[in-house]
Design a protein around this ligand. Structure first.
Ligand code: ATP
Ligand code: BTN
Length: 325
């Protein structure tokens, strides 16, 4: 952590050159201190052009997250939300799980400009980039126990689809259990961490990562086909509007989930499934592959697949779905 890195990046966010000397004067430090702050930004994956005689410059302007804009976009429901904008954090899920354990209120949201240890399911890595990704988590407290939350992560996928549709992104699909795809490439992921007793009360930290406009080399560095909103829609999307829209739909879907569980959105989920009635391969935790055709989804989010051995039921935990083209 370098406390000057983000203040310097905010100065550079206009995409113009700023000399080391001007920045040093602005912050009352030496040019070497500015240089260290820039080096730390680079260690976080931020590209900073440094040109002798002209100073530092970002490849393109950055739109910072704007809490007021997020709340305004949420609309009437905004009084429920506690939105915290973080500059740099390892993982918003880890951060919010710790805050939840210390009593953070229901509907707390932590959103980060940069995650240094973004997590996917099963210890995998989630890649993000300053100004080019949306990475946030939402804490939702339930009266019921964690045992009653099966299907929650699928329901969250429905909220993402509603938000994307509202923003005119119509080509997105869901992949069981909870990836968002466009043209078969991953646009967004969902990670849910749970806290509390099996029979209640419990709390879910719902983490969402959405690619907005990743630099080409970052997108190509991801170890499975990935896409961002820029390529999926060509619309200029403001991060704060995107976050506000997603939060609004999350709250709506979560309230519905409290009443009806996954059944409240099951048909809608199925209507978005990229592989409904298609041949798939299920990758099992013991290394086996099971092939079949997706025929439906049970009320608790279990995937139903017709296989050579008959109808089989797959629960998300340790299992991955791959399409067979
Ligand atoms: P499944 O959910 O079917 O088990 P998955 O491969 O999508 O499979 P997840 O744990 O859901 O696995 O997601 C983590 C994976 O997502 C990473 O291993 C990487 O392949 C991919 N990934 C990481 N960052 C990004 C990103 N920004 N955009 C798209 N995909 C990403
Ligand atoms: C996946 O596809 O496996 C889930 C990816 C979830 C990524 C988000 S980004 C915000 C939150 N913080 C994390 O560390 N992970 C989730």
């Amino acid at each position: 952590m370098n406390t000057l890195t983000f203040p310097v990046l905010r100065q550079l966010a206009d995409g113009q050159f700023h000399s080391g000397e001007t920045l040093a004067t602005q912050f009352g430090v030496t040019r070497a201190t500015i240089w260290n702050a820039v080096k730390h930004a680079e260690s976080l994956g931020v590209e900073v052009f440094s040109v002798r005689g002209r100073g530092y410059k970002l490849p393109k302007p950055i739109a910072w997250l704007d809490q007021d804009m997020v709340l305004k976009t949420i609309g009437a429901e905004r009084e429920w939300f506690h939105v915290e904008v973080l500059d740099e954090v390892a993982s918003t899920n880890t951060y919010l799980m710790q805050a939840a354990a210390k009593g953070a209120p229901h509907v707390s949201c932590a959103v980060a400009h940069i995650q240094t240890g973004g997590r996917g399911r099963r210890g995998r890595t989630w890649v993000s980039h300053l100004g080019a990704s949306l990475t946030f988590s939402l804490l939702w407290r339930f009266d019921c126990g964690a045992a009653a939350l099966s299907g929650l992560s699928l329901a969250i996928g429905v909220a993402l689809m509603r938000a994307l549709n509202e923003l005119e992104i119509k080509t997105a699909k869901l992949k069981w259990p909870n990836d968002v795809l466009v043209d078969g490439k991953k646009l967004a992921g969902i990670l849910i961490d749970l806290q509390g007793d099996l029979d209640g009360p419990s709390a879910a930290v719902i983490g969402v990562g959405i690619n907005i406009d990743l630099p080409k080399q970052v997108l190509e560095g991801i170890d499975q086909p990935a896409i961002d909103l820029q390529h999926a829609s060509h619309l200029e999307l403001n991060q704060s509007v995107l976050l506000g829209t997603v939060l609004k739909h999350l709250a709506e879907v979560l309230r519905n989930f409290e009443q009806h569980g996954f059944m409240g959105v099951r048909d809608e989920w199925l209507s978005h499934h990229a592989y409904h009635n298609q041949s798939v391969r299920m990758l099992m935790p013991d290394g086996r592959n099971v092939e079949g055709v997706v025929t439906g989804i049970a009320e608790d989010g279990i995937l139903l697949v017709e296989t050579a051995l008959g109808l089989q039921r797959f629960s998300a935990g340790e299992i991955s779905l791959r399409s067979i083209n």
